[in-house]
Write a new protein. Structure first.
Length: 204
């Protein structure tokens, strides 16, 4: 094998080994009265289902914790970044679940800026001592898959990420209300996936 071909393979192998050896981010156990803040856009709000069928409402029932739904339909990440500090100060959550950026992709905004906005939102919480969980949003297209920048941000900021559930849900017609929103059954699956992630990383 020629040297120019070997170098990219070695680089890829090193990257895979580093990813495999990276410690999984841990979350502190939520106190019994700990409040979870679910922050985002229409996916958090629960568009496509009733209020008590949104993923935050279902997560509250499954986890036994209060989950504040701070989702605003149509919001882009730059607006969310401006809104988040007040929400954090008002709610004083023990955990932030962040699901944002979908409208940036739908509006074809600069995704490098979306990526930086997500980092800044995570920092806003971490600077207050609030742990963060990230939910990855699928990039619109024929073959739905979570946009790559979510995993990149999660690695850089050392936060747990649920990066498969939404894409899996929105690939199935019986789990969605339209091409970008789950229905009640889809939101339940998302809540169950987030619950499993919180259990895996020690919050519950």
């Amino acid at each position: 094998m020629k040297l120019p071909l070997i170098r990219p393979l070695i680089t890829l192998l090193i990257a895979l080994l580093l990813a495999a050896c990276s410690p999984s981010p841990k979350l502190s156990p939520l106190p019994p009265d700990g409040v979870i803040l679910a922050f985002g856009d229409s996916l958090t709000h629960g568009t496509g289902a009733s209020a008590n069928q949104s993923y935050p409402a279902v997560l509250a029932k499954l986890s036994g914790h209060e989950v504040v739904n701070a989702g605003i339909p149509g919001e882009i990440s730059s607006t969310g970044l401006k809104r988040l500090p007040e929400e954090l100060d008002d709610v004083q959550p023990s955990l932030l679940i962040l699901c944002h950026g979908g409208n940036d992709m739908l509006q074809k905004l600069n995704l490098s800026q979306t990526e930086e906005n997500l980092r800044s939102m995570i920092r806003e919480a971490q600077d207050r001592g609030i742990p963060v969980v990230l939910i990855g949003v699928p990039k619109p297209g024929l073959l739905l898959g979570t946009a790559g920048f979510y995993d990149k941000v999660a690695r850089e900021m050392n936060v747990p990420i649920e990066d498969e559930a939404l894409a899996d849900i929105l690939r199935k017609g019986n789990l969605k209300s339209d091409y970008v929103h789950p229905n009640a059954a889809g939101y339940r699956m998302l809540a169950e996936a987030v619950l499993a992630l919180l259990q895996k990383h020690g919050a519950l």
